[in-house]
Write a protein that binds this ligand. Structure first.
Ligand code: XUL
Ligand code: CO
Length: 437
């Protein structure tokens, strides 16, 4: 496999002193951290859409990147070459997982039947490449947002005929994800939302989305697909109001529609920040509510208000994310999927490697820092101390629901003004800096 990226060797771990840009300085897949290899902690995945189908187009101009795997007038020949190039890339980079949308891997034809035949052909190729390389599918998904039929949404479209088309597409995407042994299946809301309430029946649309996801659960059971379902929150883009706007909102939706046992969340860093939260907030919310499934690892730009989908490089961010992940016990079905794209001026195929190498090293450093924080127990101890009052008789009675307002009033009359304590935020921040390496 040395046809599409001939200038790039197999990427190896060479240690922090290496000057080789095509080597990992921190990510050593076999290194054990807290009893588990770095590869098992991180479960890195490459996304098909940005990496192989994104060519640098933006609202002001078309793509800038020329690739040797899309030089043909036959769209199926391009699809086949791209799949081969993708597996050469995964193998050279040394990731164990990939992710795709149905429309990334095979071009849509004039009828659903022909589109599905094309998918079957490409899935056959992907399956044999998976078998040859041992690379696995982290999750599959369906593109329900690019085609003009989905301009007003898929499962929240005002037309039941569009809803039916979307269901047919998800049905097929689930089948091929199962065929490829996918560990999960992601639902990102795409155009499920609205731009103006003047033309939108919000309550009805949300009910339709709930029903759609129930149908997906029923179909999943009927085909015995064992992968984990994920919802990926995002507050805006493409619509102004997305129904799946953040982790808390998705959790409420899943509870209202009785879907919480069948779904976990796929948290994307840049979506969290677009929602006005930190990436860590979204992760911690999920961990504390038992719904963290997987992560789309990227970063935004604080100067820009949109989803820039940049490769993660911030060691503070990766440290805090890995710290929360370690506390949760780590991934089961999920992983770190780089839903990120190289910048428009990064036109060479080698830039795809630099981007992924840097991001994997950033998470490896984050993991090593987080493991030190975890082992020290300092942060946990500080939190335990701050909440120590809840271990007293009063705290326990409140938590167990043994007392109410009348007893709490009597307690306050008897004990007077409560003693308060410093939150020690600056000390905690200084403590954190000690671990950033
Ligand atoms: C869009 C986004 C998607 C999902 C999969 O912002 O993140 O690529 O991850 O549909
Ligand atoms: Co994403």
């Amino acid at each position: 496999m040395n046809k599409y990226f001939p200038k790039v060797p197999k990427i190896k771990y060479e240690g922090a002193d290496s000057k080789n840009p095509f080597a990992f300085k921190h990510y050593n897949p076999r290194k054990k951290v807290l009893g588990k290899t770095m590869a098992d902690h991180c479960r890195f995945a490459v996304c098909y859409w940005h990496t192989f189908k994104g060519l640098g187009g933006d609202p002001f101009g078309p793509g800038t990147m020329i690739r040797n795997y899309n030089q043909s007038d036959d769209p199926m020949a391009v699809a086949e070459m791209t799949m081969e190039a993708a597996f050469e890339f995964f193998t050279k980079l040394g990731v164990n997982f990939w992710c795709f949308h149905d429309r990334d891997i095979a071009p849509e034809a004039d009828t659903l039947a022909e589109t599905n035949r094309r998918l079957d052909k490409i899935v056959k190729l992907a399956k044999s490449l998976q078998q040859d390389t041992g690379i696995q599918l982290l999750w599959g998904t369906s593109n329900l947002f690019s085609h003009r039929r989905f301009m007003a949404g898929a499962a929240t479209n005002p037309s039941p005929a569009v809803y039916a088309y979307a269901a047919s597409q998800v049905k097929k995407a689930m089948e091929i994800t199962k065929e490829l042994g996918g560990k999960g299946y992601t639902f990102w809301g795409g155009r499920e939302g609205y731009d103006t309430l003047l033309n939108t029946d919000l309550g009805r649309e949300m009910d339709h989305l709930g029903r759609f996801l129930h149908m997906a659960v029923e179909y999943k059971k009927s085909i015995r697909f064992k992968g984990q379902f994920y919802i990926e929150p995002k507050p805006k883009e493409p619509t102004k109001h997305q129904y799946d706007c953040d982790a808390g909102n998705c959790h409420a939706f899943l509870q209202k529609y009785d879907l919480v046992d069948d779904f976990k969340l796929n948290i994307e860093s840049n979506h969290g920040t677009l929602a006005g939260h930190t990436f860590q907030h979204e992760l911690q919310y999920c961990v504390d509510n038992g719904i963290l499934g997987s992560i789309d690892a990227n970063r935004g730009d604080l100067m820009l208000g949109w989803d820039t989908d940049q490769f993660p490089t911030d060691i503070y961010e990766t440290t805090l994310a890995m710290y929360i992940l370690l506390q949760s016990g780590g991934f089961t079905t999920g992983g770190l999927n780089f839903d990120a794209k190289i910048r428009r001026q990064s036109i060479d195929p080698e830039d795809l490697f630099h981007a992924h190498i840097g991001a994997m090293d950033a998470f490896a450093r984050g993991l090593l820092n987080a493991a030190k924080m975890f082992r020290s127990g300092k942060f946990e101890k500080a939190i335990t101390k701050r909440y120590a009052g809840w271990e007293t008789t009063l705290g326990k009675k409140i938590e167990k629901g043994k007392i109410g307002f009348a007893e709490l009033e009597a307690y306050t009359h008897k004990n007077g003004e409560p003693k308060i304590q410093s939150g020690r935020q600056e000390l905690m921040e200084n403590m954190l800096n000690e671990y950033i390496a």
